[in-house]
Design a protein around this ligand. Structure first.
Ligand SMILES: Cc1ncc(COP(=O)(O)O)c(C=O)c1O
Length: 387
């Protein structure tokens, strides 16, 4: 079989990779790191070449996004997501999580209620608490491995909420929300005057049968109430370059975000982040992304087949994201022994389910954006450890 560019195992030791920070987290040296959501793949050549050219140029002074940057941004969303956006509505931040902090500070008051839907990306809890807002949890409802939204409870919470942080597609459960689910959520938010903060950082990882719908494309009235958080960081493995694009069509909201950004002592963006984003979105890497998504689908299929044979484990393939949300509730273990079984028994360093909210008890999240040989090794370790 033809080897894929994604089959290459690249040594990241000595690069400061968070993924390998075992001492910081007290993780055994032999545990295979499949936790934090960045990929074990090299960014596409179009990005490395753009960065290399700039390194040769050798000047890294204060920089602004160029017209070519905005063209690349608009082009990507038009080509890939059928979204005709005005790229000048972008507020650039140091990452999506930074953008979430900024948005809550700028658009809601201290003490405001903010809806999130656990199990969900842990910083959603942190950003609400750190900014002195209140978490209003609308847990997703699990039905035989598929998660759905409790709309009645969502509506009850919306009466007391100023904002809703939507995870679309949803980390860690892998749902790609349908147009009708999104419309229903948006309709409730509009009726109760709730800002929609739509975190779409996983939007490029959607598998056959699913289609990512950009929340802001539902309707102009929805767009006016939405802050769309996007970044090239997941799609092109650029998280360390710290750049995100928040699309904010409401001019007053945009002005508030920009002012809040300035009040944090920030003005420009890191020049390497700008260059990498422009190169990534510019058109030279579309085929690379298609190949990547097909490769990840193969990894997830392999996990599905491997887990099917293991007693007490269950895995439903995600509709989107490269994250495998493994259900180990059938092993009937308390959280601490389950964590020990995975970390010390299987020697797998995964993300522990309860960090995504109490609803994550009994689950572990595995990052599948690694060479296939690493997935094979992870499955062997799991098979050897489960009783
Ligand atoms: C839903 C979600 N939002 C945001 C991020 C992080 O984005 P950034 O690195 O741009 O802050 C992640 C990373 O895993 C994520 O899963």
């Amino acid at each position: 079989m033809r080897r894929s560019v994604f089959d290459e195992v690249i040594n990241r030791s000595g690069t400061g990779a968070l993924m390998l920070a075992r001492e910081r987290y007290g993780v055994p040296a032999d545990a295979l790191p499949l936790w934090v959501a960045d990929m074990a793949f090299r960014t596409p050549p179009t990005v490395t070449e753009a960065l290399a050219e700039r390194v040769r140029h050798g000047i890294f002074g204060y920089s602004l996004p160029t017209p070519a940057y905005y063209d690349a941004l608009a082009g990507w969303f038009e080509r890939r997501h059928a979204w005709e956006l005005d790229p000048r509505t972008a507020v650039l931040t140091r990452g999506v999580v930074h953008g979430l902090y900024l948005t809550l500070e700028a658009l809601t008051a201290p003490g405001a209620g903010v809806i999130i839907q656990p199990p969900v990306y842990p910083p959603f809890f942190e950003v609400v608490r750190d900014t002195g807002r209140r978490v209003l949890a609308n847990p997703l409802v699990e039905d035989a491995g598929r998660y759905v939204i409790d709309f009645d409870h969502f509506e009850a919470l919306a009466r007391d909420a100023s904002a809703f942080i939507l995870c679309s597609p949803h980390n860690p459960v892998g749902r790609v929300w349908t147009r009708s689910e999104l419309s229903r959520l948006a309709e409730i938010c509009l009726r109760h005057d709730v800002w929609i903060i739509s975190d779409e950082v996983h939007q490029d990882f959607v598998y056959p049968g699913g289609r990512h719908v950009v929340t802001a494309t539902l309707d102009p009235a929805v767009a006016a109430r939405t802050v769309t958080c996007t970044a090239p960081s997941k799609t092109f493995n650029l998280a360390g370059l710290q750049l995100a694009n928040l699309l904010v069509s409401d001019p007053a909201a945009r002005a508030r975000l920009t002012a809040t950004y300035g009040a944090q002592g920030l003005s420009q963006q890191p020049v390497v982040g700008l260059l990498a984003c422009q190169a990534a979105y510019g058109g030279g890497a579309d085929a690379w992304v298609d190949e990547l998504v097909a490769y990840l689908a193969g990894n997830l299929a392999l996990i599905e087949a491997g887990v099917a044979d293991l007693p007490g484990l269950r895995f439903t393939r995600p509709e989107g994201t490269y994250l495998a949300w493994l259900d180990l509730r059938g092993l009937d273990l308390e959280p601490a022994p389950l964590r020990r079984l995975v970390l010390e028994g299987a020697r797998l360093w995964l993300s522990d389910g309860p960090t995504f909210g109490a609803e994550g008890a009994g689950f572990q999240r595995l990052n599948a954006a690694v060479p296939r040989s690493v997935i094979e090794s992870a499955l062997e370790r799991l098979a050897a450890a489960v009783p």
